[in-house]
Design a protein. Structure first.
Length: 402
């Protein structure tokens, strides 16, 4: 072989080898990216599904299918480019590097060579058309199997998510229809229940606690748990309030949609008292307050127009509530006597007794401002701006342990 031919073969070898290395490395890198992206998408799907964010789940599944198909096509193309280099290298082996006289030390009929032996094995395996386990030794099969599993998984996830979204929307629609057609969730258990109006379909308490649909604001403020119900009985429940200025700042919420607690039935009042007793057994005595409005009117002081009582784990006397001189507090013997009040009122319920004052001029969120000042954070009374999520978490975990 002439010097010129030797140099030409060297150039052929370097060209083919560099080509082979480039696309073999590219193939391995793409597979690593495929695993990384798939892991991120799966994690995103699981987190989104837990929060019932179905449209995001569907988007993730579609992206997963596209990623799986895309990497499958890229892998086919890379294998084809690698095969081009293998053909050149095999020819160089056959004609120059490992000639016919270069045989196995123990078998003169077995010709040595790296790609030559690989080609011989492929030819022998392909003689039978049936799929054999020996073919699974090839990396391409494992890559294709994993890509197929990922594609099937995301297709299944897409179908499962769509079915769950349909069922989820159907449940919401059924709940709205139910609220339109029945007087209230507990009507069969007390005759004096009043009808639920159309506007209650947007009540955040009804949606979250009666019909158990997710509350977006919990995700917005970073509340880590699926729900926040600490205790529940037939007609009422206890939850940590958003804007818990201190731990164990709680709300007692009737399940039936009424504007003020004065509109509750005797049975519902008993459930409210049971909630109060449950709270006191767990955290000790405290102060309960409510800013209620006249029956059938919009709530003048509450930011959510569904009756709810605030509980704070300290004693605040009604005399400490600074109102105008016209606002005189009256004492009543039982919470059930609220039904006789015929105007907007402010209720204080502590160890000293049950007191109320009536006025249409009581400022909105007035008692939250009093509580914030009492605990040394007078500028943080607004629950929308200062949710105090850490106190909500502390309350939730302490109650679950209890």
């Amino acid at each position: 072989m002439s010097k010129k031919e030797i140099e030409l073969n060297e150039q052929r070898f370097l060209y083919a080898w560099n080509w082979f290395c480039l696309h073999a490395e590219q193939r391995a890198r793409l597979f690593n990216y495929f695993l990384l992206i798939t892991g991120v998408l799966i994690n995103g799907y699981v987190l989104s599904f837990k929060e019932d964010i179905f449209y995001l789940c569907i988007t993730i599944c579609i992206l997963g299918i596209i990623v799986g198909l895309g990497f499958f096509v890229f892998d086919l193309r890379n294998r084809q480019l690698i095969a081009y280099a293998e053909d050149v290298l095999e020819k160089l082996e056959r004609e120059h590097f490992f000639k016919e006289d270069f045989t196995h030390w123990n078998d003169d009929n077995k010709r040595l060579g790296l790609l030559l032996q690989d080609s011989f094995n492929k030819l022998r395996e392909n003689q039978g058309k049936a799929f054999t386990l020996k073919k699974l030794r090839k990396m391409k099969w494992w890559i294709w199997i994993m890509q197929t599993i990922v594609i099937v998984m995301f297709v299944s996830g897409l179908i499962y998510t769509i079915l769950n979204m349909i069922n989820y929307n159907k449940n919401i629609a059924d709940n709205k229809i139910e609220k339109l057609n029945i007087s209230c969730p507990m009507e069969n258990q007390h005759k004096e229940a009043k009808s639920v109006s159309l506007e209650n379909l947007d009540c955040p308490f009804c949606i979250e606690f009666v019909y158990h649909q997710p509350k977006p604001i919990l995700n917005t403020i970073g509340y880590p748990y699926k729900d926040r119900i600490l205790y529940e009985n037939e007609h009422a429940l206890v939850v940590p309030t958003i804007g818990s200025i201190v731990p164990n700042y709680l709300l007692i919420i009737p399940k039936r949609h009424v504007i003020s607690c004065k509109d509750l039935s005797q049975e519902e009042m008993k459930s409210v008292i049971m909630c109060k007793e449950k709270i006191e057994n767990h955290v000790g005595s405290g102060t309960i307050f409510e800013h209620g409005s006249f029956s059938g009117e919009k709530s003048g002081g509450a930011s959510i127009e569904h009756a709810h009582l605030h509980f704070i784990p300290v004693q605040i006397e009604h005399s400490a509530i600074s109102l105008s001189s016209e606002n005189k507090f009256n004492k009543i013997g039982s919470i059930t006597e609220l039904s006789a009040i015929g105007s907007e009122y402010l209720l204080i319920w502590n160890n000293s007794g049950i007191y109320y004052t009536t006025s249409a001029s009581i400022p909105s969120q007035h008692l939250r401002k009093v509580i914030a000042k009492y605990f040394g954070v007078p500028d943080k009374w607004n629950w929308k701006e200062f949710p105090f999520v850490e106190n909500m978490e502390h309350t939730y975990t302490s109650w679950k342990k209890f």
